[in-house]
Design a binder for this molecule. Sequence first.
Ligand code: ADP
Length: 471
Amino acid sequence: MNIVIDGEQIQTDKTFPVYNPINGEIVASVPDAGEKEAKQAVEAAHRSYQAWKKTTADERAAFLTRWFQLIEEHTDELAEIMTKEQGKPLKEAKGEIGYANSYISWYAAEAKRVYGQTIPASKPDKRILVQKQPVGVVAAITPWNFPAAMITRKVAPAIAAGCSVLIKPAEDTPLTAIRLVELAIEAGAPAGLINVLTGDAETISDVWLSDARVRKLSFTGSTEVGKLLMKKSAETMKRVSLELGGQAPFVVLADADLDKAVAGAVASKFRNAGQTCICSNRFFVHESIVDAFTDKLKAAVEALKVGDGMDPDTDIGPLINQGACDKVARHIEDAHSRGAEIVTGGGTPISKGSLIMPPTILKNVDESMICMKEETFGPVVPITSFSDEEEAVQQANNTPFGLAAYLFTENMSKALTLSEALEYGIVGVNDGSPSAAQAPFGGFKESGLGREGGPQGIEEYLETKYISLGL
Ligand code: ADP
């Protein structure tokens, strides 16, 4: 597959392969773009922006709606590409295409609701007008765990706001991104409005981040890289949105509905084999129900079908690469060696050389174990118990991260007060899948800056202009 710059498909002499994590086969090769292509893309995006910023909201909405329709028509094809490059089960991949597309339809409508303000002035011969204008050229750097949704979550609001976009998808999963951009061109995106480049991440991002014409960085990925890119963005004072790592606590109170809690645990933990930034990572369960919860969860986990994502029955596919499997194994071994008990699963892949790790439950874990301190990014449920709810919340907050938290209780008063006490950007109360296009997604603390989705998500791509009008 080729990259897309200025509406043209571009090849380069050097390419790199994209592997299928289920069998290690090469799915396709993509261009290894460098400085030259990165600069060309900025030129194109900047040129395109000059025209796009003058379009009406109706025109922008019409383009997004055409793109939405094409993506919908190509759902099966896109889902297959995604499963092949990423490994997630086909049914999840189809779900992700629908979810990714929901950002496009939602922001097609939201484009028309970018309102300004008039504010009463202190002098009779003055008027205060507040307008919203697009921020300019946007650089979007995305991870491999949601090859479609992480693109549309940034591109749809940016385009709706009147910006142009440069995309650098993750090297493991560039194919879905490229196909999405091809469909955008087919839907009538003007040349240069949406560009996608594959190649060395640092080389490409250095060109984009040092160029003053790029006015905004929207990044999803690790906290470490997010901090680095934020520093580089400071040089030209770019606006930044960062959606970084999580360490989601999953708190189950004594009065919780256990069936809801188990369903929520499976939904929040095992999506994409545990490789999402809002995956529950630390389970705090009240001591009076910890055994019952663990037993029910064990039954639910053992019913999950592991295997090739292309098999329509598969619930859990392979992890993205060997490094991801090694990390999961290390977390399980560390916990086991410090006294945790393996209830089901374990730290070895289901067969030699496979990247499929069995879904695992650990009990009797404690705060000293790596799995309670670092994001595992794999199918592991570490369970600890508590007696005091306030202490559980304190433990849940005891991390530099603050993206998503989950709370299970039937007591609505506790649901609200404890949600307010949790230092997290997203709290799922009796809900293991809180993400939605119309809701603001983002983190507190070292989980990032800014929000994606909802009315907040388009603000990230808008500047506020104050016009003081003397009459
Ligand atoms: P993950 O742990 O999800 O792979 P990363 O932060 O490593 O997260 O990667 C997220 C995105 O950031 C990918 O597109 C990757 O290519 C890009 N990236 C990684 N390192 C750098 C870097 N030093 N400079 C710019 N982009 C980077």
